[in-house]
Unconditional design. Structure first.
Length: 606
C-alpha cells in the first residue's frame, strides 16, 4: 500500500477500500474538487480498485499521476459484467473524465433521421436534437448521398415542415403521395416509412422479396404498368446492393473492429458494420492514450461506445485478438476468422492504416516547424490571462446587423492557434428586437454553451468576445451566472479607427484589466487575426441573410411569385431594378405569361 508521501489522503482511502464489495461493478475516482477523473469497470471491484494503491513503483507515469490525484472513490454494484460494461460506457460519455481514453467527438458526422411524427419524415442532420430514430453516422458523404438518392427513387414520402390540406408541387412531380390531402392512406404511408427503415438497417433481401411478390401479384391482375414500375425499383435496389456487397450475403449481421497501436500517444481504430454482406457503416477514429493502456484495454472501451453509437444489432464482432473485458453474452468475439470474415478484418485494417496516415499528415501540418512558435504564443496568452493551461481551443463571437435588421452572429474556433473551420458556427438572432448588441451576444453565447453543457461536450479553453467591457460582463453573466460553467473570458477592444488595440481580462476581483500589447508583437497579430476572422464570418453571414431578405420582401410578397421564381429572375436579370426595366414579353419569356403579367402589374403599379 502506498504512503502519505504519494497521496496524503491514503488513510481515508484505505478505510474506503475496506467497504468496497467483491462483486462486478463500476468505480469512479474523484479528485479533491469532487470531479470524476477516471471511470473503470471490474469483475471484482475490491481487487481492481485496491490494485491502484499497491506496487506503485511498477505503475506507468500516467497511472502514478492518477493515483496522486485520487481523493475519493465511488462504486456502483451491478448484476453482471454486461451491465458494468454498459454503465461504464454511459458514464465515460457523460462525464468525460480526464484520464479515460475516449473517441473523438462525432458531432460533425451526418445522420439520417426518421422523425417521430404522425406522418414521419426522413431528414439529413448533423445534430441529434430531433425526436426520432437515427441511422449513422456516415463519415463518407458519397455513401449517404447514394443512399438518399435510391430512397427518393424508390419511395414517396413527405419533406414539408408542416402539413397543409392540399397537394403541393412535390406531389405533382411524383415525390410525395400527398397524405395531407387524403390521396395516400396513413397505413400505406407508414408502410412506406417502414420499408425505408429496413433499407437504412441494410435489410435489402427482405424488402426485395416483398417487392417481387407485389410485382407478380400485380402482373397476375393484369396491372402491367404498376408491375413495371416495381420491376424498375427492384432493379435499382439490386444494383445498389451489388455495388455495396463486399463478401457473401450469408455474412448477415456482424461488426468488425481493427486497431493500430504503434504510436505511444495515440491508437487508431476502424469499425465496420456489415449487413447481408454489405458495409452499411465505416468509421475510423483516433483515440488518445491517457494511462498507457494496451490495445485490448482501448478496444474494451471503444467497442461498446461504437456498438451503441451505430445502434448495432450484431451479436458477433470480428476482432484482431481476444478482448478480455468484453463479456461473451454481450458480444461473441471472433478473433480467428476464416474466409469472408477474414477478408473483412483485412479490409478494416487497410482502412485504419489509411486513416492513421491522414491523421499523422494533418498533425505534421499543424505541428510542424511553426508549431513551437504557435505554442509559445498560446503560452503567452496563458500567462497574460492567468489561465490554468495554454488555450489550445479558442472560440470568438461577433454580432452583425444594420440598425437591428437581419441580426446574426458568428463564432470562429481556433485550434492550436490555427482556424478550425469545421467548428465555425452561424447564429440567427431569435429573441432580440432592434439593435441590441449586448442582448444578442447574451443569446448566442447561452445557446452555444447550454447545448455543449447538455450534450456533455468539451468546452473551449478560452472564450473571446469581439467588444469591450460591456460585452465581457454580458458573457460572464451568461457563463457564470446562468450556466454555472468555468470558461475563461477575454475581450478584444478596438480603437477609433476600428483596429484591434487592447486585450482585456477579468482580474481576481472580477474587475476589467488591460493587457498592453505592442502592434509589432506576434501575439497582437494572432489576436488581430482571430478578431478579423470572426468579423469577416459574421459580416458574410449577414450579407447572405440580407440578400435573401431582399428577394423575400420585394418579389415574393407579390402573390403568385415564389422564392424559386424570384431567384430565377434575379439570376437572369441581376437585380430588382433591372427586372423593372424589362418588357412584359421579356418577363413572359423568362417565367411564362401568367406570372409575367402579375409581376409586371405589381412592379409598375397597375
Amino acid at each position: 500500500m502506498i504512503d502519505a508521501s504519494i497521496n496524503k489522503n491514503i488513510d481515508r482511502i484505505a478505510m474506503r477500500l475496506k467497504t468496497i464489495p467483491e462483486t462486478p461493478g463500476v468505480y469512479q475516482h474523484l479528485d479533491a474538487t469532487g470531479k470524476v477523473i477516471y471511470v473503470g469497470k471490474a469483475r471484482n471491484l475490491q481487487r481492481r480498485v485496491s490494485s491502484y494503491f499497491t506496487h506503485y513503483d511498477d505503475k506507468s507515469p500516467k497511472i502514478k499521476m492518477l493515483v496522486r490525484n485520487i481523493y475519493d472513490i465511488r462504486v456502483t454494484v451491478v448484476a453482471t459484467e454486461v451491465d458494468a460494461l454498459l454503465l461504464e460506457n454511459s458514464l465515460i460519455k457523460r462525464l468525460q473524465p480526464r484520464y479515460n481514453s475516449m473517441l473523438k467527438d462525432d458531432k460533425s458526422y451526418p445522420y439520417l433521421c426518421i422523425t417521430d411524427e404522425e406522418y414521419p419524415r426522413l431528414l439529413y442532420t448533423r445534430r441529434r436534437n430531433l425526436r426520432g430514430q437515427y441511422f449513422g453516422p456516415y463519415p463518407n458523404g458519397r455513401i449517404l448521398r447514394e443512399l438518399q438518392e435510391i430512397i427518393r427513387d424508390l419511395f414517396q414520402y413527405r419533406t414539408c415542415n408542416t402539413m397543409g390540406n392540399r397537394p403541393c408541387m412535390k406531389h405533382q412531380i411524383g415525390l410525395c403521395g400527398a397524405p395531407c390531402a387524403g390521396l395516400q392512406s396513413k397505413e400505406d404511408y407508414l408502410a412506406t416509412i417502414e420499408d425505408i427503415r429496413r433499407i437504412l438497417k441494410g435489410d435489402f433481401g427482405a424488402i426485395t422479396s416483398q417487392m417481387k411478390e407485389r410485382m407478380y401479384a400485380l402482373a397476375a391482375e393484369l396491372r402491367f404498368e404498376e408491375a413495371e414500375i416495381l420491376k424498375r425499383k427492384i432493379h435499382l435496389l439490386e444494383e445498389y446492393q451489388s455495388r455495396s456487397t463486399v463478401v457473401d450475403t450469408n455474412v448477415r449481421d456482424v461488426d468488425v473492429v481493427s486497431i493500430l497501436g504503434d504510436d505511444p500517444a495515440y491508437a487508431y481504430v476502424n469499425f465496420l458494420r456489415i449487413k447481408n454482406g454489405a458495409i452499411i457503416y465505416s468509421l475510423s477514429n483516433e483515440v488518445k492514450r491517457q494511462l498507457d493502456e494496451s490495445d485490448a484495454e482501448i478496444l474494451a472501451t471503444v467497442i461498446p461506445a461504437l456498438h451503441e453509437q451505430t445502434q448495432s444489432t450484431a451479436q458477433e464482432i470480428i476482432v484482431p485478438f481476444a478482448v478480455p473485458d468484453i463479456p461473451a453474452d454481450y458480444l461473441r468475439q471472433n478473433y480467428d476468422p476464416r474466409g469472408d470474415r477474414r477478408k473483412l478484418l483485412e479490409l478494416s485494417l487497410r482502412n485504419v492504416e489509411s486513416y492513421q496516415k491522414q491523421c499523422r499528415h494533418q498533425r505534421a501540418l499543424t505541428q510542424g516547424d511553426a508549431a513551437p512558435q504557435a505554442l509559445k504564443l498560446l503560452e503567452r496568452i496563458q500567462k497574460a490571462l492567468a489561465l490554468p493551461t495554454p488555450p489550445m481551443e479558442i472560440e470568438c463571437f461577433d454580432n452583425s446587423n444594420i440598425q437591428g435588421a437581419y441580426p446574426v452572429a458568428g463564432m470562429v474556433h481556433f485550434t492550436a492557434g490555427k482556424p478550425n473551420r469545421s467548428l465555425y458556427r452561424k447564429f440567427n438572432i431569435k429573441t432580440v428586437e432592434g439593435p441590441d448588441d449586448y442582448a444578442s451576444m447574451a443569446e448566442v453565447i447561452e445557446r452555444r454553451y447550454r447545448r455543449l453543457k447538455e450534450e456533455g461536450s468539451a468546452l473551449p479553453d478560452l472564450l473571446i468576445v469581439d467588444g469591450g467591457e460591456g460585452q465581457m460582463h454580458v458573457a460572464r453573466e451568461v457563463i457564470v451566472g446562468r450556466l454555472e460553467l468555468d470558461i475563461p473570458i477575454a475581450g478584444l477592444a478596438k480603437d477609433d479607427r476600428h483596429r484591434t488595440s487592447q486585450l482585456l481580462r477579468f482580474d481576481a476581483r472580477g474587475d476589467i484589466a488591460v493587457v498592453q500589447l505592442k502592434p509589432t508583437d506576434p501575439l497582437f497579430h494572432l489576436l488581430e487575426q482571430i478578431q478579423n476572422e470572426v468579423h469577416r464570418y459574421a459580416i458574410t453571414f449577414h450579407k447572405e441573410k440580407r440578400s435573401k431578405g431582399t428577394i423575400r420582401t420585394q418579389l415574393t410578397d407579390i402573390p403568385g411569385i415564389g422564392e424559386k421564381t424570384a431567384h430565377d429572375l434575379l439570376l437572369r436579370f441581376g437585380s430588382v431594378k433591372q427586372i423593372q426595366l424589362q418588357t412584359l414579353d421579356d418577363l413572359a419569356a423568362a417565367i411564362g405569361p401568367a406570372k409575367a403579367s402579375t409581376l409586371y402589374g405589381a412592379l409598375h403599379g397597375e
